[in-house]
Every structure is written in structure tokens, then in C-alpha cells.
Design a protein around this ligand. Sequence first.
Ligand SMILES: [Zn+2]
Length: 429
Amino acid sequence: MAGFGSSQLSRQSISRRSSGPWRLRLLAVFMAILAVAAIVSVFVSERARATWGWLADLSDPEIRLGTERTLFGPEIRLPFAVEDRNAVALTYRVDNDPQEIPIASPEVVHLTKGLDAGPHAVTIVAVDAALLSNRAELRVPVEIDQSRPTVTLKTDPIVWTKQGQLAHLRFVSSEEVETAADAPYSIIREPDGGYLLLRPVPIDEATGMKTDQYELYDRAGNVGVLTQRIQIKPVALRDGTVTLTDALLAKCGVSTFAEQETLREQNYAQITQICSVRSTPESFSARYQRPSIGEWTSLYGERRLYNKTSWHRHLAMDIAHLAGAEIVASGDGTVAYADVLGIYGNCIIIDHGWRIYSLYAHLASLEVAKGDTVKAGQRIASMGDTGLAGGVHLHYSILVANVYVSPDQFLQKMAELAAEKTQPAAENP
Ligand SMILES: [Zn+2]
């Protein structure tokens, strides 16, 4: 484009020899200079590129796939990124069908029309708005599986439990399944091929008989639903009062009760975030134990009125003993947190896998670091009164699927599971 007649035109106009309408020639020269300037400026100025880039763009768009997933169920979602100097029109084709379908949401192929089970190919097509309509295609092989997993309950069809407790059931599935990442329950694959489902009951969940529906997804995203009746009984809990003195507030670095309330909320949110990671160790061990000797002093679930102002649930059990008493990991796992954490003082959180976490607070010392692997019974800290603690004790919490459950009932439940003989789950439907 750059060389198109421009030098010729200039020479002619400078000679002024021709007797034609010279104003028109001057205009042509002016236009030619403008065109050359525009093309040159495209290479130097960002702004000019936006205006004139379509002329000079000779390169094809670049398409990069944003997922490694190739197996899909009821719908295909292929996120991708496209790069080009100009605006790009995006379409896709399926298999050998020549019809190009516009991509509705930017940079995601979202295909919900029914494809037969088996291998297919989705081709993403990008055509830019340049003069030459540069074009790129990316062929993505996909596998379609639209059959739902068949899930069958293997334990009692009615579960009886209490507020703040951990309930469980067992089931088998026709194929490998997983829950949604934020489901309020967790599943564990057992060595016999069957599944153990842990269903934590929040302390404030309404009591009575209800029907739970657990959604279980196969690798393609097809859902199988397990239905279970669950009877939730109330627990009778004491209410208590707590007075936070200035000296106590100073121990967690705040000077007013209101600041303490804010810090408490931040700490709570941080714990929720730490415990929202789902890790899957190689095998499940129901071997759990008490983290220290001593008296259970405050029970799980008690409501406390702080400074005659705010009610908070005690979502832990307190174990009191002498300062420096040994504290051990409750179960096998990986240290997810080992640091100061506001009102909790020195605090350790252990990830036991399958969304089971234990938390230890008010520690005198931290003897493990984030990322360390620990075994049940391994020493991790010593007892203290750091953070918002009026006396030496361990504040011990258990979270399952990010729900706080009663730690002593959790230990009982794990002991039961460890002792229980699991039924052979060989007869997959
Ligand atoms: Zn406590």
C-alpha cells in the first residue's frame, strides 16, 4: 500500500507542467502524504494504530485455549483468549458441519445443544477487522459423556443426628464422583471403591426431619443425586457472659471493644478462606485423637455475651491444663497455617484432607511451619494464653466442609468409623 503511486503523483505535481486542474492534483498529493503518514504512524503511535491499524495489520489472530479439560457432559464450556491488533469476530463450528455459529459471550464457547456420546471437535474461528480479514482457527478435540452416574445409598435411609454434630452415610457409584467445591458436605473415596459422605450439621441449623439431596458429579459434569432423610435434634446449651478488660484487649493488639469485634470478624473470614481448600491425600485415616491432656472447660456451641454487647457462639472446645502442656496434631495432615491470628493468638490450622481441618489457638509456641506434614499424635505446640485468653488453655476447633462441628463428637465419630467394618461395595449397579 505504501508505494501506491505516491512518489509518481508528487513528482508530477512539483513539475506543474500539466495544464489540468492543479487544485485537484494538489489535493491528491495531500491525500497521498496523509496516507503515508497514517501508515507510518501506525508503527509508532498506539492511538494511530487504533484508527488506522486495519490497513497495516497483516498478521493472523492468535487463539489460546484456557482449559485443559476435554471431557464434557450436558454442556461444553471452552474458555479461550484471542489476541489481535484489531477487533475480532468469533465463531465456532462443530465436527464437519460448515455452519459457523457466533460466539455469544466473549471468549467462551458455550455449547449446550445435544451431541452424541463419543469424540467430537469444536473449531474456534477468529477473523479480524483488518483490510485482509486475517483468520485463525483452533480445532479442539472433545469427548462427550452425557450419562449420569448411578449413586446408591448403602447405609440406613434415615440419619439421626444433633445440631453441631457430624453425620455420615455410605454410598456406591457407577463411576468416579466428586462434590461441588463449595458443597456443604464432603465425600471420601474408600479403599473398597465405595464412598463415605460427611454431613456436618451447623449449630444453628433448624431442627426436625428433613430431606437432604447430595449432588455428585462425574468427571464430565453429569450429576447424580443421592437422597437421604435426616432427623436433627436440638442441643441444650448454656449461655455465658464474658468481660473483656483493657488488659485482655491489649493482648491481641486492640484498644477498644469495637476494634476487637472487627478483628474477630476478620479472623473468622481468614479461617474460612484457609479452610476452603480441598486437598485429597492418598488414603483416608479415621485415626484421630485428643490434642492434649486436661479438662474440657468450655463446651462447643455455648453462646456468650461479650461486655453486655455482642453474642458469639463458642465454636470450639477449650481444654485447660498447665502452661507448656504438650499439644499434638489431632490427625494426619499438612499444616495450613502456623502464625499469629488476632484474637486466637498463636494459632495452628491443620488440613487433614477432604475438607477436614483442625484448629489450635492461644498456643505458647509454634513448633511446626506452614507446609509441614504431621502425623496424628505428633507434637506441634505447647499450651499458653496468647491472644484473647484470660487463662492458660487450648481452644480446639474442627471444621468439615467449612462448618464448625463439635470436636468431642467428631473424635467419637472418627473412632466409630475406624472401628466399623465397611460393607463390601463391589456390587456396583
Ligand atoms: Zn475457646
